[in-house]
Design a protein around this ligand. Structure first.
Ligand code: DGL
Length: 255
């Protein structure tokens, strides 16, 4: 069973790719919506949440953790990952994705905590040293996706405030898993820009890891948990990726 977690709905952009790549694996997904957004918090606090998130995912029977939260990767740069399970870090996938895209310039849009960590620039430079990297924090965007407003004029205005000052951009990397849900606005504002979603590489890496670990085919069931309100979560999931599985509340110690 694959275990995916995020602070909220953003990791569904990873889940969607993983489902395409591995339709016969069961998936447990945890959204820590009681504490979203992570991106405005300190890395130590985010690490403490990861400890609880991982304990839950291990209890649920996860065999492989596919990280769906970049901001947690930022904390892991400093504190490590609190699990003994095999794990796929999104920063690694992002570096590989940018290298494969063959671009000369990459603007990473991410949360404030991810930008502060510098982890994206390090991963991209490790994989593709010739690429010029710029990291831009976009803290306004996660709350809009969480509030079910990704299609709204408010979301368009917020995306516009972030990308207009950038000028012409060869490529944008989604350094936060919530942002692919704002893609229509980004494409309207930046019609000539290439968009790189590390979730695609993350899903390829997941398929390879499933083979490498010899995980057997399962029923392809998805179970979704939130530390927040399950009914609001169900509506959010259905609006973004459709009715893909049963929703329940996650009984985590700290929330
Ligand atoms: N979706 C997450 C990420 O990829 C976290 C966003 C947040 O909670 O601020 O960084």
């Amino acid at each position: 069973m694959i275990a995916i977690f995020d602070s909220g709905l953003g990791g569904l952009s990873v889940l969607a790719r993983v489902r395409e790549a591995l339709p016969l694996q069961d998936v447990v997904y945890l959204a820590d919506q009681a504490r979203v957004p992570y991106g405005d918090r300190g890395l130590e606090e985010i690490h403490a949440y990861a400890v609880e998130n991982f304990a839950f995912l291990e209890r649920m029977g996860g065999d492989l953790i596919v990280v769906g939260c970049n901001t947690s990767c930022a904390a892991a740069q400093l504190y490590g990952w609190p699990t003994g399970l095999p794990l796929l870090d999104l920063f690694d996938a992002a570096g590989e994705a940018v290298a494969a895209a063959g671009v000369g310039e990459a603007v990473v849009l991410a949360t404030a905590a991810t930008v502060r960590s510098g982890g994206y620039a390090r991963s991209i430079t490790r994989n593709a040293p010739q690429v010029r990297v710029r990291e831009v924090a976009a803290p306004e965007l996660v709350p809009l996706v969480e509030a079910g407003e990704s299609g709204s004029p408010r979301a368009f205005a917020a995306v516009s405030r972030i990308v207009r000052p950038l000028g012409g951009v060869e490529s944008i990397v989604y350094g936060c898993t919530h942002y692919p849900f704002l893609e229509r606005h980004l494409r309207t504002l930046l019609p000539a820009t290439r968009f790189i979603d590390p979730a695609e590489q993350q899903a390829r890496n997941a398929a390879q890891a499933v083979r490498g670990l010899g995980l057997r085919d399962e029923a392809g069931e998805v179970r979704l948990y939130t530390t927040g309100d399950p009914e609001a979560f169900r509506r959010g999931v259905e609006a973004l990726v459709g009715p893909i599985g049963a929703v329940a509340r996650a009984p985590l110690a700290g929330v």
